[in-house]
Design a binder for this molecule. Structure first.
Ligand code: F0G
Length: 458
C-alpha cells in the first residue's frame, strides 16, 4: 500500500508564528492557564477544534463570489436547500448561523421542565441548550464506549436496551425526541453503526418518539460504516449517509465540521408543524427562512462543501491522517482513546497523569504543558468541561472520562505538522511526572470551560 497523501495541493498559505518557551510561559499565565483565552496568533499548531477551521476549496471560494445576497428567495438558498434535501431526504431545510442555533430553536420548542432528551452523548452546547429550557439531557452511551482502552468498531453506539428502559420509566409523553450524535464527539469521536441507528429507531417508533441526528460529522461516520460495518464495503459513502438520514426524522447540523465551512449550520426535518414553529423562531432571532443568519455566499460554500466532503479520496485521507497520529502515540505507549476517532485524538488524562486527582484537572494540566512545550493548543474534555458540583456537598462530580482532545482541522495541516505534534507529545509524556494539578479560581455558571481562570494547586 502506498502512502495516503493529502488529496489536494495548496494554493493559498497562512504563516504561523514561532515563539519561545519563555514567551509561551508568559502568554499562558496571562490567559489564566485557559487556552480559550490565548490569542490565536500565539499558537503554532491549533488543535483546539475542527469546527469552523477548515480550509475552503477554490470552488467554495468561487461559490462565495456567486453568492446571491437577496434578503428573500436567494438563489444561493435554493442551491443549498437542494443539496441538503438530496443528501438527507428531509422535507424542511432551515439554515442557521451554526449548530447551536439549530439546537436552541429545536429545544426551545420541544424542551421544558419535566422533559427528557436522551442521546448517545450530548455535546456541551447541545446539553446546555436542553438544560437551558429546564429539560434534562441524558447520556445513554453503550457500555463499551465508556472504556477508553478497548478497541471496538462502533464505540459511539447508543445503548438501545437502556433507551427502551428509560422511555418506559419516564413515559413517552415526557420524551419529545431522542438524539444520536454522529460521530460521538464527547465520547472520543467514535462512530455509530447503521445497525445501532436502525435498532434505536425501531424502539423509538414503537414508542412514537422521533429520532434526530446531531449530524455535524455525518460523512466521517458514514466512512467508518463503509470501513467497519458488514454489508457496506461496496456502497458509496453518499448512499450510506443517505441511509443514515433516512432512519431519522430530522437533524441539527453544524456546517462548521463536515460541510467544510467557517460558519453555518441548519435544522432539517419532516414534521410540518414543528418546522413552522421553528421558522417563526428563526425569523425572530436568526433571520428570514431563506438565509437564517447567514449570507448568501455562506450558503453557497456550504452547498459546495457538502459535495466535497463525500469524496472518498478525501475521507480516506482524513480518517487515515487521524489514525496516523494515533498509531505514533500508541507505539510510544501514550494512552489515548482507542481506536482513533474521526476528527481527533483524545488523550486519556487519567492514565497520562495518574498522580493528579480528577478534582485537580489532570487534562487541563496536560493542555497547558502542550502549549508551553510546543505552542500546541488542545482542549480538556473532562472535569473542567463537564464537571458539576453536588448541590448539597458542593463537591465536584467528575464525568466518567478525563480527556484531552487534539482536534484536527480539515485540509489545514500536513503530515510534517502532525509529526511535530507527535514529537512534542512524546516530550511531554516522558516528563509527565512533573505535571502539576490545577484549581479553578473563577468560573461562569454554565459552559465554564470557555472562560474559567486557573492556577496551579499548591
Ligand atoms: N454538536 C456537536 C457534536 C458538536 O461537536 C458541536 C460543536 C455542536 C453540536 C455545535 O455546533 O459549534 O456550530 O454551534 N462542536 C465544536 C467542537 C465547537 O469543538 O467540537 P456549533
Amino acid at each position: 500500500m502506498k502512502t495516503i497523501i493529502e488529496p489536494f495541493k495548496i494554493k493559498s498559505v497562512e504563516p504561523i508564528k514561532f515563539t519561545t518557551y519563555q514567551q509561551r510561559e508568559q502568554t499562558l499565565k496571562k490567559a489564566f492557564y485557559n487556552p480559550f483565552m490565548l490569542h490565536a496568533d500565539d499558537v503554532l499548531i491549533d488543535l483546539l477544534t475542527d469546527s469552523g477551521t477548515s480550509a475552503m476549496s477554490a470552488k467554495q471560494w468561487a461559490g462565495m463570489m456567486e453568492g446571491d445576497e437577496s434578503y428573500a428567495g436567494s438563489k444561493s438558498f435554493f442551491r443549498f436547500e437542494t443539496v441538503v434535501k438530496e443528501l438527507t431526504g428531509f422535507k424542511h431545510v432551515i439554515p442557521t448561523h451554526q449548530g447551536r442555533a439549530a439546537e436552541r430553536i429545536l429545544f426551545s420548542i420541544v424542551g421544558g421542565k419535566g422533559k427528557f432528551i436522551p442521546n448517545n452523548t450530548h455535546f456541551d452546547t447541545t446539553r446546555a441548550n436542553v438544560e437551558f429550557t429546564g429539560a434534562e439531557a441524558v447520556d445513554l452511551l453503550c457500555e463499551i464506549g465508556k472504556h477508553p482502552e478497548t478497541v471496538a468498531p462502533f464505540k459511539g453506539d447508543i445503548d438501545v436496551l437502556a433507551l427502551d428502559r428509560f422511555i418506559q420509566e419516564k413515559g413517552r409523553e415526557n420524551i419529545p425526541l431522542c438524539m444520536i450524535t454522529i460521530t460521538n464527539n464527547s465520547g472520543g469521536g467514535q462512530p455509530v453503526s447503521m445497525k445501532n441507528i436502525r435498532e434505536a429507531k425501531k424502539v423509538l417508533k414503537r414508542h412514537r418518539i422521533p429520532l434526530f441526528l446531531d449530524a455535524c460529522r455525518f460523512a466521517e461516520n458514514a466512512y467508518f460504516i463503509k470501513l467497519r460495518e458488514k454489508g457496506y464495503a461496496n456502497k458509496s459513502v453518499r448512499n450510506i449517509a443517505q441511509e443514515m438520514f433516512s432512519l431519522a426524522d430530522g437533524c441539527t447540523m453544524s456546517a462548521k465540521k463536515d460541510a467544510l465551512v467557517n460558519i453555518g449550520g441548519f435544522f432539517a426535518l419532516n414534521d410540518d408543524a414543528l418546522a413552522a414553529k421553528a421558522r417563526n423562531l428563526l425569523i425572530i432571532t436568526e433571520g428570514f427562512p431563506t438565509y437564517g443568519g447567514l449570507a448568501g455566499r455562506d450558503l453557497e460554500a456550504i452547498a459546495q462543501g457538502l459535495e466535497e466532503i463525500l469524496d472518498e479520496h478525501y475521507l480516506q485521507y482524513r480518517i487515515r491522517s487521524i489514525e496516523y497520529l494515533g498509531e505514533k502515540l500508541t507505539a510510544s505507549k501514550v494512552p489515548i482513546v482507542q481506536p482513533p476517532g474521526g476528527h481527533a485524538i483524545y488523550l486519556d488524562a487519567k492514565r497520562f497523569a495518574p498522580h493528579i486527582p480528577t478534582w485537580q484537572y489532570p487534562g487541563q494540566s496536560i493542555v497547558c504543558e502542550l502549549y508551553r512545550a510546543g505552542g500546541i493548543r488542545s482542549v480538556e474534555i473532562g472535569s473542567v468541561m463537564f464537571g458539576k458540583y453536588d448541590p448539597q456537598t458542593k463537591k465536584l462530580i467528575s464525568p466518567p472520562m478525563e480527556l484531552v482532545r487534539l482536534a484536527i482541522p480539515r485540509r489545514v495541516y500536513t503530515q510534517s505538522h502532525i509529526d511535530y505534534v507527535v514529537e512534542i507529545l512524546l516530550e511531554v509524556f516522558e516528563s509527565r511526572n512533573r505535571l502539576k494539578g490545577m484549581k479553578i479560581v473563577e468560573e461562569a455558571p454554565t459552559l465554564r470551560h470557555f472562560t474559567a481562570k486557573f492556577k496551579y494547586a499548591a
